[in-house]
Design a protein around this ligand. Structure first.
Ligand code: GSH
Length: 224
């Protein structure tokens, strides 16, 4: 690993939605970085991860000038603070405090509501799965309401909350296959937003193939 003064490294696993956030943000702001793959299918974490994130031993980890930054939302804030040019309007977080508070609120909703519901939906069977499916669709509809008729979550500029949520879209085809529903019907506007985001170089380069994503989750969660 290049640990030079200005070196930037992102340690991650290709299918890790949390880590996709960091990689999209770095590309959005044009930050060159070295990518180090941590294969999460292997049960033991590498020396690098254990050294750089001894508390959680999770990825993504952003290493900048030899120092680790851990936790994907924390990493996004760090990237925004370090690489958004001073006085630039191009920031990941909205420019006003209320906008920033909103973006952080909904990011927390994604991590503490949507993510656990997705896990429950994919892992469970029978009635529990049906309940989780309903909750997941409701949560996506709520996010669709937050998006409204805007191009992106904070307006016409792709930013923080878009980056937080868009990795989940790589499982949307998987949700449909797993739950037997059509997200174009349930959340048409959100699906248009997905398409818009995927047209961006940063997102297109980072989001993995949806079939591979679902296949991996099927193996992970023992889905037949
Ligand atoms: N809140 C953390 C969550 C990161 C996380 O849970 N990463 C998982 C993969 S989804 C991980 O690295 N787990 C370590 C392991 O599986 O050993 C973040 O936002 O970065």
């Amino acid at each position: 690993m290049d640990a030079g003064e200005s070196a930037v490294t992102c340690v991650d696993f290709w299918a890790n939605g949390f880590g996709m956030r960091a990689r999209i943000a770095l590309r959005e702001l044009g930050v060159a970085f070295e990518y180090v793959e941590e294969d999460l299918r292997v049960g033991v974490r590498s020396d690098l991860v254990r050294r750089m994130n001894p508390v959680h031993r999770s990825v993504p980890i952003l290493i900048h000038r030899g120092r680790p930054v851990c936790g994907s939302l924390n990493i996004l804030e760090y990237i925004d603070e370090v690489w958004s040019a001073p006085g630039e309007t191009r920031r990941l977080l909205p420019g006003d405090p209320a906008g920033r508070a909103d973006a952080r609120f909904w990011a927390d909703f994604v991590d503490h509501k949507v993510f656990p519901t997705q896990t429950r939906f994919l892992k469970s069977k029978g009635e529990e799965k049906d309940v989780a499916k309903e909750e997941l669709v409701e949560q996506l509809k709520l996010l669709e309401e937050v998006l409204g008729d805007k191009g992106y979550f904070s307006g016409e500029e792709f930013g923080f909350l878009d980056i937080v949520l868009i990795p989940f879209s790589s499982m949307f085809r998987g949700y449909e296959q797993h739950g037997g529903f059509d997200l174009e019907v349930e959340c048409p506007n959100l699906m248009r937003w997905v398409k818009r985001c995927k047209e961006r170089e940063s997102v297109g380069a980072v989001l993995p193939d949806e079939t591979k994503m679902y296949q991996l989750h099927k193996e992970w969660y023992g889905i037949e």
